[in-house]
Ligand binder design. Structure first.
Ligand code: SF4
Length: 469
């Protein structure tokens, strides 16, 4: 008879990429769960190789583990072969660090990035051995709480969550830990814990509201069942109070973005009409330049990475970007350091920034014209001209950039065939500019749809796009 651990080890020899299920990565934290009053399973409902690139998970992981009374351990979705083995051998969902069954934690906290993860969330709750519906859970079960951008519209998941943490999680997760700690000291019921959590700004308890729907599935009414009438998103006013982790975990297997990630600001100054992130992360908040410079030193040293990403929704809009880049490049005068600026405006200032980055090492540039014609860019409030785009590309190619990624959306409301053809025309123009120095360009399409909280929500899909064209 094998112990659970021995069985798990045996399974690892039979599954694809077993390294995603073993811990002890560089900078991972190992506290003894038995010594901590509050245990949180931080669940990312996707594979390890995707979840490990999510800065939010790393931030929350370090905040909780810095609290002496609490421990946070990571949980990722197993790939289908692993899930099959686990279900076959009656092994429930386990945390990465101590391989503790998720149902033995006090809080199971999901970080949900987009709606496509919803079914994985339900599957993971089931794999953890918990009742999928919140109303079927017992007093002994952990609280299942969801946060992340996809929970700004919590209703699709409301029947399955005990609570939602909406908005910035840094302060909120500390307050949740404090409430749960007190509940254990005073032996509160599940109902009393939820009642106390409901007082925290950003917490939405679905059972405190009655939501009714119209026949076509839209919300008809929301009736508060307690004294709490409205839930406001949680807003972290000063990002500098909670720096990005200086010692992020370094995966020992390949992940999609294998590099240091530093968040330089949150929010975006632009108001693109389709963009949910631009709306839900308002207002814009910046980290201080000095803190970022210090953090980049600390992070590169503690991880050994040679690529640093200055992440935000629109990196060229960070007010001290010159200063930060200059200092980072001066600090790391090594030809191996590569700085990536993942979200740049399509304009000549961005090309200037690219030039600065190029001094340290060259990775790639990403721009998002979003639409192929000026008419549609005006409709979606993407304030860049055709001339800006062409000028920006031309300068970038002349500087020798060989890898440029462009984001376009197909299926935007008010789109016509001319707008789709405009994408082709624009790409052809860019290809002409690039032909002398770059290999042929490739492309793929994903249709757009209006997200809730944006002005384009529920505007109908314009027409059936023939992707072969
Ligand atoms: S610039 Fe980018 S992040 Fe900002 S609102 Fe537009 S699409 Fe959203």
């Amino acid at each position: 008879m094998f112990s659970r651990n021995e069985l798990y080890e045996k399974i690892l020899t039979r599954v694809r990429k077993p390294s995603q299920y073993i811990d002890r990565e560089f900078n991972s934290i190992h506290k003894d769960p038995a010594q901590c009053k509050v245990k949180i399973a931080l669940v990312f409902p996707d594979l390890y190789e995707i979840g490990m690139c999510n800065l939010g998970i790393q931030i929350l992981y370090h905040i909780v583990n810095d609290m002496p009374q609490a421990v946070a351990e990571r949980v990722f979705a197993p790939w289908v072969d692993m899930e099959e083995e686990m279900r076959h051998h009656h092994i429930s969902l386990l945390s990465l660090e101590s391989r503790t069954p998720v149902r033995e934690f006090d809080i199971v906290g999901f970080s949900i990035q987009h709606e496509l993860c919803f079914t994985t969330v339900l599957n993971l709750i089931d794999l953890a051995g918990l009742a999928v519906r919140a109303s079927h859970r017992s007093e002994a079960d952990p609280l299942v709480i969801a946060g992340g951008p996809a929970t700004f519209n919590p209703e699709p998941l409301a029947p399955f969550m005990d609570a939602f943490a909406i908005g910035d999680g840094e302060e909120l997760i500390q307050e949740i830990v404090q409430v749960v700690e007190k509940s254990k000291e005073e032996n509160w019921s599940r109902g009393k814990i939820l009642e106390n959590l409901a007082h925290l700004e950003g917490i939405y308890i679905p059972s405190d509201f009655e939501v009714t729907y119209r026949e076509e599935g839209t919300i008809a009414s929301i009736k508060p069942l307690s004294s709490r009438k409205m839930v406001h998103k949680r807003l972290l006013k000063d990002l500098n109070v909670f720096p990005s982790p200086g010692s992020p975990i370094v995966p020992h297997t390949e992940v999609i973005h294998d590099r240091c990630n530093i968040e330089i600001m949150r929010g975006c100054t632009h108001g693109c009409r389709f963009c949910q992130a631009g709306i839900i992360y308002r207002p814009v908040r910046e980290r201080s330049a000095q803190k970022l410079i210090h953090l980049s030193r600390e992070t590169l040293q503690s991880t050994g990475y040679d690529e640093l990403s200055l992440a935000s929704l629109s990196t060229s809009d960070y007010s001290s970007i010159h200063e930060v880049l200059r200092q980072i490049l001066r600090d790391h005068e090594t030809p191996t350091l590569s700085v990536s600026l993942p979200s740049l405006r399509t304009d000549s200032f961005s090309v200037y920034l690219a030039e600065k980055v190029q001094e340290g090492g060259r990775s790639g540039l990403t721009f998002a014209p979003e639409a192929g014609t000026q008419r549609l860019r005006n409709i979606i409030n993407k304030n860049i001209s055709q001339e800006d785009i062409e000028k920006c590309m031309e300068v970038a190619f002349r500087q020798g950039w060989r890898k440029i990624k462009l984001y376009f959306m197909v299926g935007l409301p008010y789109e016509t065939h001319e707008d789709v053809e405009g994408i082709v025309d624009l790409v052809k123009k860019i290809e002409t500019l690039a032909r002398e120095v770059l290999p042929p360009l490739g492309g793929k399409e994903n249709p757009a749809y209006g997200k809730y909280f944006t002005p384009l929500y529920q505007v109908p899909y314009p027409f059936s796009v023939d992707s072969s064209k």
